[in-house]
Design a protein around this ligand. Structure first.
Ligand code: SER
Length: 314
């Protein structure tokens, strides 16, 4: 990767991926693009306004900067997608198909994340295998499975270098997620630091896979830099680092902040989405094919999240 374009760079993952990639590949070689202006992203490298649904402008930016690698991160998340499924399809699939076409036409490598949300139906919830039944019952999941299939199709049919991981819920402290089912695991830390009572929208015993942002960023780059000859899978790899319920993360925070209080007000949409997703992914293929290994667990992440959010002086 020499000249990189991040589409949807203003979102939860994109905003930190831009900083991370600029640190590795050089500020001038990582173009951040988003629908909305961002002073932060424009401060240390090229920034462009881009609606990922605008194929002409997308191609124009790829030509302008001589882009060879694209990270397509423009998407609506799961709960928001259920509130407006047609909009979720339009944005998620529109950004995907434009990314695939531009990658095909200009010979770019393309990363499009999939998700734990791609699973659904009667599959093993524990140690969910790499290859299993994927019959999601959310529009977000339908878009993710479509993304995996189309990305594989572009790879086998046109030789496009498409790669992807199935991200767990991503926990971070720079840009908030929005409209996701796993968002509670970010919001709980902000409530804890602010001394507020946290109202959890998912019930106490629901397990979901989660990952701290530094591991997610490293996974993304390690996969994109992996030797293609070793990849038996491409779109998309299970990756995992931790899995917990609301009670488990609450207890972990209370070890550091014993006064912290959490109550439940279960959101039926989020609850049914969470129950349809894996409890814990089996990431053996990612470990074997490109050496994936997480570095963060719930305890080290909790220490770091509390430290970083305290430093914001909210
Ligand atoms: N974090 C996403 C969501 O909750 C899952 O990939 O929608």
């Amino acid at each position: 990767m020499k000249k990189i374009l991040i589409v949807g760079a203003g979102g939860q993952i994109g905003s930190e991926l831009a900083t991370y990639l600029r640190g590795i590949y050089g500020n001038g070689n990582v173009v951040a693009a988003d629908l909305r202006p961002s002073e932060r992203l424009a401060a240390d490298g090229p920034f462009e306004i881009l609606d990922a649904l605008d194929a002409e402008r997308y191609a124009e930016l790829v030509r302008k900067y001589g882009i060879d690698s694209i990270f397509n991160l423009a998407a609506l998340l799961s709960a928001k997608g259920e509130a407006n499924p047609t909009l979720a399809w339009k944005i998620n699939i529109g950004a995907l198909t434009n990314s695939l076409e531009v990658a095909r036409q200009y010979g770019c490598a393309l990363f499009t994340p999939s998700s734990i949300g791609a699973f659904g139906g009667d599959f093993p919830r524990d140690n969910t295998p790499q290859d299993t039944i994927m019959q999601p019952n959310t529009m977000y999941g339908v878009c993710k499975v479509t993304g995996e299939l189309l990305s594989n199709y572009y790879h086998t049919r046109f030789g496009v270098d498409t790669r992807s991981v199935r991200f767990p819920g991503i926990i971070s402290n720079v840009t908030l997620p929005g409209g996701g089912t796993t968002d509670y695991a970010v919001e709980i830390y902000y409530a804890a630091v602010k001394g507020e009572r946290f109202v959890c929208p998912v019930s106490e015993n629901v397990y979901m896979d989660m990952m701290y942002m530094p591991d997610a960023l490293r996974a993304t780059v390690e996969l994109m830099e992996a030797d293609p000859a070793k990849l038996k899978h491409r779109n998309s790899f299970n990756i995992a680092s931790m899995s917990f319920t609301p009670e488990i993360i609450y207890a972990e925070i209370r070890k550091r902040l014993p006064e912290f209080e959490m109550v439940y007000d279960v959101d039926p949409v989020k609850e049914s989405i969470a129950e349809s997703w894996p409890n814990k992914l089996d990431d053996t293929c990612a470990r074997e094919e490109w050496g994936w290994k997480p570095q963060w667990d719930l305890s080290s992440m909790t220490d770091d999240m509390l430290r970083a959010i305290r430093a914001k002086n909210l």
